[in-house]
Design a protein around this ligand. Structure first.
Ligand code: NAD
Ligand code: DAU
Length: 351
């Protein structure tokens, strides 16, 4: 195959921007084409440092448009795909599922079709689909999600991701398309849209606003630093087996309320506030509909087969994350300047 040209979808979003940066900087002989619709969650400011990189191209577009995708594959001689573009927020999927169905299911099918239409010889190509641990449903107090755990999605978001995973696997079994899939736990880090738990809480603490904890705050999530997820994607893309699934996680479970309290403590220190100041902002609000109780990833396969493991402890990752948001208040202002305030008021005023 001639020179590699990797299409990264959703590269202007949270995880995508970290993946694009890693690949552009690490693989100077590879062309990286970032295709993104620039929804409310996509922001080119996330990648301003790459503007002049000779191996980087940005293309604005929608994965719901198959004809456009085929043109992109041809124009940029795409050899591989790393597919992250998706509607990603569970609460928004509860309030309006259709965007999730169109982008996450139909959009993924369109990308698969574009690859099938343009890759005449499938040898040497990779179609890598990035997915979530939420496809496995909800755990009780014990146990972990394995790659073999049966799918049991419960929200429109997780059902749309589960559907896309199934379609991607179907293209492997039916057409021999060289696919890989990974299912990752909750990411945290820089450039995450402040509708998600950690940046939302950091922003509200800074602004002395209530910290809305759903239900009793007893739900458990498994947190991984986004840069470590990007490293896992690099390893799976280059060394993972065709047709395989890899679970990615940090062995790092936190009850929401404990995590929010930890964050409050760290923020008090950073902002030179008396201990306990931020915690007073915690407000228990109406629970998320169908709120999954616990997610926990067993990451043994990627650790054993591919030698990947997280590079930072949670303590280190959280400190880096807090510092980034405190140093980049302009970024928060910019990304929330659109319709976000309307969403925020509508979403939280009735809780
Ligand atoms: P994000 O919402 O921050 O970014 C998604 C990006 O996709 C945005 O830039 C958006 O503009 C783009 N996009 C959305 N619809 C599009 C469309 N129709 N056409 C083209 N671009 C479109 O999401 P994220 O948190 O970075 O998640 C990225 C991927 O990783 C998603 O597939 C998500 O399901 C998966 N994932 C996320 C997490 C997490 O904790 N955030 C964990 C596991 C897996
Ligand atoms: O597990 C991976 C998934 O993690 C990804 O696939 C999703 O794209 C990503 O958004 C994330 O989903 P969650 O629903 O777990 O993330 P979120 O940040 O929305 O919520 C984390 C937990 O915090 C969850 O139990 C709900 C709770 N929560 C969230 C918000 C926004 C609150 O208590 N209050 C809030 O205001």
């Amino acid at each position: 195959m001639s020179k590699r040209s990797i299409l990264i979808t959703g590269g202007a979003g949270f995880i995508g921007s970290h993946v694009v940066r890693l690949f552009v900087n690490k693989y100077s002989d590879v062309q990286i084409v970032n295709l993104d619709k620039l929804t409310y969650a996509g922001n080119l400011e996330n990648l301003s440092d790459l503007q002049d990189a000779p191996n980087y191209t940005f293309v604005k577009g929608d994965i719901q448009d198959k004809t456009f995708l085929v043109e992109v594959f041809k124009k940029y001689s795409i050899t591989d795909v790393i597919h992250l573009a998706a509607e990603s927020h569970v609460d928004r999927s509860i309030e309006g599922p259709m965007d999730f169905i169109m982008s996450n299911i139909v959009g993924t099918a369109n990308l698969l079709e574009a690859a099938r239409a343009t890759w005449s010889n499938l040898e040497g190509h990779v179609f890598y689909h990035i997915s979530t641990d939420e496809v496995y449903g909800s755990l009780g107090e014990e146990g972990f999600f394995l790659e073999t755990t049966a799918y049991d999605p419960r929200s429109p978001y997780s059902a749309s991701k589960a559907s896309s995973d199934h379609i991607v696997r179907a293209y492997f079994h039916t057409y021999g398309l060289p696919i890989k899939i990974s299912n990752c736990s909750n990411n945290y880090g820089s450039h995450q849209f402040p509708e998600k738990l950690l940046p939302l809480m950091i922003n509200n603490i800074v602004n002395n606003k209530p910290l809305p904890v759903y239900g009793e705050g007893l739900n458990i999530r498994d947190w991984l630093w986004v840069n470590d997820h990007a490293r896992a994607i690099d390893v799976i893309f280059n060394e993972g087996k065709i047709g395989e699934t890899y679970n990615v996680g940090g062995w790092n479970e936190w009850r929401n309320i404990d995590l929010v309290k930890l964050l409050c403590k760290k923020m008090d220190q950073k902002l030179n506030r008396a201990e306990g100041t931020s915690e007073k902002l915690v407000t228990f609000v109406k629970d998320r509909a169908g709120h999954d109780m616990r997610y926990a990833i067993d990451a043994s396969k990627i650790e054993k087969d591919l030698g990947w493991k997280p590079s930072v402890t949670f303590e280190e990752g959280l400190a880096l994350t807090i510092d980034w948001y405190l140093e980049n208040e302009d970024w928060i202002q910019n990304v929330t300047s659109g319709d976000y305030q309307k969403y925020y008021e509508k979403h939280y005023s009735n809780r």
